[in-house]
Design a protein around this ligand. Structure first.
Ligand code: ZN
Length: 518
């Protein structure tokens, strides 16, 4: 060995010894934690903010995301400290989806498998002016906490429910005493709920006048909460007025248009006009946003086609004989205008799965007589094919519009089981109307921002681990109008509060959701 060879071998020895020592003394991965509950490896991470995906590993400890990046760990770490290792090669990892408008009773169906199966980790209940008729509402929420719930719950208090509880009922206008009672109970309930929902197309919300709506908005604004509104009228020629009414409340608080749609409006240009109303209001400083679902049929009680003066059973019983001709004419015109009786698919009661046209044919009577003599305003729910595909798709594409299902586990409409899967399957994969990162933003960080949820909806160290893993090509909304209760498929893993809530199309035994605090 000549001197240079000797120096070389000494150097080589030194380098290998130092490297070995380094490896031995390298601190374990995330050494500050005794254990890593879940490590997801090699995922394509979409943070929820609309930024492009990047390959990364994500570590979860307890209910938090503690690491996003390239995890370097030794075999010892893996054996001793990493409790669950998920190989996410070929999968996207995104925040769990947040449904801005959902329905259901967690005391009856706490698992909410329909929502978890489509990647939804947070639902929003108490919508359209109706929350559980329990005062204080905190008693009901306590019950939900005790029973447990699959996804997280964002709760709203319903204006219609408060109106009933305050003794105002269907009075118009509300008496000063009734109004005062309602406002004070709203004020108390907003302490632990995310806001007020209104259903101005429903009883008794429709009796609220401008004064009442402004008074409500002032209380909501004082509490820094949101008004989530099923607006007064979604008919195309009434949308301007309906949005203006909500914007007036928006002078005092944050406001939000639930399930933005145009009933019998058509075309992209009309969609742009509607979105422009929101843009204009925002330019004036009003904090207004909206959500929408990816279907062209709405779903609600059949009373939606009845006139204001015959929506309740009492009103209906009264006018059924007294104003029968007038009622029949109203129903005839209204249903025809809503694309006719063949566009009304009954979803509850004995005629489930049949259209109003089918029933009329079967009974050999005009459809308006079926509505009056057989069904009545409280007699059924229905899906109504009243929307235009181009218009609704355009609305969904707007960056101001988040995604909602407006669905329920037992509703005879595919949106309750399909919405979030359909956004990915149809809007992203099949039709390229949205990029995956934009679609995910609309289902995660945007709703979190609208609801003022600051610790979820984004993949970031320190935030709560509500996470979904999926291959977009495999996501499938199985629910259809004839068969609406089919669970969505293709979501590999759904994590709620750091726990695996659903894996390979099966729910976990335990319920991992929480009642969220505003
Ligand atoms: Zn609604």
């Amino acid at each position: 060995m000549n001197p240079s060879q000797r120096i070389f071998s000494v150097l080589l020895f030194l380098i290998t010894s130092v490297l070995a020592a380094c490896q031995k003394n390298a601190p374990p991965f995330l050494s500050q934690y005794e254990k890593i509950d879940i490590l997801v490896q090699n995922a394509m991470v979409l943070d929820g903010l609309g930024t492009p995906a990047r390959q990364a590993d994500v570590a979860i400890v307890d209910d938090k995301i503690v690491f996003v990046g390239k995890a370097v760990f030794s075999g010892d770490d893996k054996i001793n400290r990493i409790i669950k290792l998920i190989d996410a090669t070929g999968l996207f990892l995104t925040p769990g989806f947040i449904d801005l408008h959902s329905h259901g009773d967690p005391l009856k169906t706490p698992e909410f498998e329909n929502f978890l199966a489509m990647g939804v980790t947070t639902i929003s209940l108490g919508q359209d002016g109706t929350s559980p008729d329990i005062a204080p509402l905190s008693d009901w929420l306590d019950e939900v906490k005790i029973r447990g719930i699959g996804p997280n719950l964002v709760m709203f208090v319903g204006h219609g429910t408060l109106r009933e509880q305050s003794g105002i009922g269907q009075a118009a206008p509300a008496s000063p005493e009734g109004l005062a009672r309602m406002l004070s109970s709203l004020d108390e309930t907003l302490e632990y709920t995310f806001g007020l929902s209104t259903g101005l197309e429903y009883n008794p919300g429709l009796y609220a006048d401008r004064n009442e709506l402004i008074a409500l908005a002032q209380v909501v604004g004082k509490n820094d909460r949101l008004i989530m509104s099923h607006m007064r009228n979604e008919d195309d020629d009434k949308l301007e007025a309906s949005i203006a009414e909500l914007v007036a409340q928006g002078e005092f608080t944050r406001v939000h248009i639930a399930h933005l749609k145009s009933v019998f409006g058509k075309g992209k240009q009309r969609a742009d006009e509607i979105i422009q109303l929101i843009i204009d209001a925002r330019a004036r400083g009003v904090e207004i946003s909206a959500d929408s679902y990816p279907y062209n049929a709405s779903y609600t009680g059949i009373s939606i086609v009845f006139p204001v003066w015959s929506k309740t059973q009492e009103q209906f019983d009264l006018v059924k004989t007294l104003r029968r001709e007038e009622l029949a004419e109203y129903l005839r015109n209204r249903v025809q205008r809503r694309n006719g009786p063949q566009a009304t698919l009954l979803g509850s009661g004995e005629f489930t799965g049949k259209t109003l046209a089918d029933v009329a044919l079967e009974m050999e009577m005009p459809f308006e007589d079926v509505l009056i003599d057989i069904i009545g305003p409280q007699g059924a729910n229905g899906a109504y094919f009243v929307m235009n595909e181009q218009l609704q798709s355009r609305i969904l594409q707007s960056e101001l519009v988040g995604v909602s299902s407006d669905g329920r586990i037992d509703g005879f409409h595919p949106r309750g089981h399909g919405t979030f899967a359909k956004i990915i399957e149809k809007y992203v994969v099949q039709e390229n109307l949205l990029t995956l990162s934009e679609a995910v933003r609309k289902m995660t960080s945007l709703p979190a921002e609208i609801l003022h949820i600051s610790d979820r909806g984004i993949i970031r160290e320190g935030l709560v681990a509500d996470i979904v893993l999926f291959d977009p090509e495999k996501v499938h909304a199985s629910a259809t109008y004839p068969d609406p209760l089919q669970l969505a498929e293709g979501f590999h893993t759904v994590i709620v509060n750091g726990k695996i809530a659903r894996f390979e199309n099966r729910n976990a035994q335990e319920l991992h959701g929480r009642v969220l605090q505003p």
